[in-house]
Design a protein around this ligand. Structure first.
Ligand SMILES: Nc1ncnc2c1ncn2[C@@H]1O[C@H](COP(=O)(O)OP(=O)(O)O)[C@@H](O)[C@H]1O
Ligand SMILES: [Mg+2]
Length: 287
């Protein structure tokens, strides 16, 4: 707790000194903002830059296994999970969904990227946006192997409008709002009124907002985020997540809007590993 108070004090001092740190909230411009555009307007989205998420198996391909269109078990598991998730989201009227976990390395970013891709694939009539709200260690851009010039952290600190950070992808119904620079003051941005404003802006344009977040047990950030979203999904990983961490996680998060849990890094049973056999070989086009 001492560390958090120190960080808050340092940030306040910086702000008073006018250093202009992107992590510090700044007054919003008085001029009319595209954020105030009529609900449903697409002008802001249409002006967003376009990126190509590589569909090859190089780099961090696990984060885009679904896009790689392999018949691999990892991609199929995410598709299956997305199918169940789609039903839950529809039944509960969830517009914003945060993916989180106890600690690092459990697969939050991997799951967020793949579930967003799989949901977009399964519901071509709906619009999805994937937002990186792990403002300590952003990883969505690296996970998708895309480059960005403006990160969502600048939007949340009042230095940029959302469309400046928004990226359209080659998946027509999936946009991405990446974060670029990790900050130890991330909790300030997530506690600011900019977060609900951004979510409102996104809800006016997208059917579902998928949010990658930071580990619940390592920083207050995700607790702040959960207070603003409709629902959350917990990620745990076989061989990574310890029981004690899981217990602490359950004690730390509110249960009211918990959708369920996704277990990552499960080993593939033999009958499932044969599943790829029923798909055309890679490169032969989609089934
Ligand atoms: N199912 C999986 N199989 C193999 N590697 C995985 C799997 N899920 C995640 N990883 C790898 O584990 C590391 C941590 O995953 P990541 O999604 O970044 O975790 P988190 O966001 O929770 O910190 C990454 O290098 C990622 O590629
Ligand atoms: Mg991550």
């Amino acid at each position: 707790m001492g560390e958090i108070s120190d960080a808050l004090r340092r940030a306040r001092e910086r702000e008073e000194g006018g250093a202009g740190d992107p992590a510090s909230p700044a007054p919003r411009p008085a001029s009319p903002s595209p954020r105030d555009a009529a609900p449903g307007s697409d002008a802001a989205r249409d002006s967003a830059a376009q990126v190509e998420i590589p569909a090859g198996r190089s780099g961090a391909w696990r984060s885009r296994a679904v896009l790689v269109r392999s018949s691999g078990a990892a991609a199929e598991r995410f598709r299956q999970a997305a199918l169940r998730l789609r039903r839950e989201l529809g039944e509960r009227g969830v517009r914003s969904l945060a993916l989180t976990s106890a600690l690092r390395g459990e697969g939050k970013t991997t799951s967020a990227c793949n579930l967003a891709l799989a949901l977009a694939d399964l519901s071509s009539d709906k619009r999805f946006v994937l937002v990186d709200l792990d403002l300590r260690r952003p990883a969505v851009a690296a996970g998708l192997s895309i480059e960005a010039e403006v990160g969502v952290e600048r939007v949340l600190s009042g230095f940029a409008e959302p469309e400046a950070a928004l990226l359209r992808t080659q998946v027509p119904n999936l946009d991405v709002l990446p974060a670029l620079h990790g900050s130890p003051y991330a909790h300030q941005s997530l506690a600011s009124p900019e977060l609900p404003r951004l979510l409102e802006w996104l809800e006016a344009r997208y059917d579902t907002i998928v949010l990658d977040t930071s580990p619940v047990l390592l920083a207050p950030d995700t607790t702040l985020t959960l207070a603003r979203v409709d629902a959350w999904l917990l990620i745990s990983a076989v061989g990574v997540t310890r029981q004690r961490a899981l217990r602490e996680l359950f004690a730390a998060i509110p249960r009211d809007r918990l959708l369920g849990a996704l277990v990552n890094r499960t080993s593939t049973p033999r009958h499932v590993s044969q599943y790829g056999y029923y798909h055309p070989p890679p490169g032969a086009g989609r089934p």
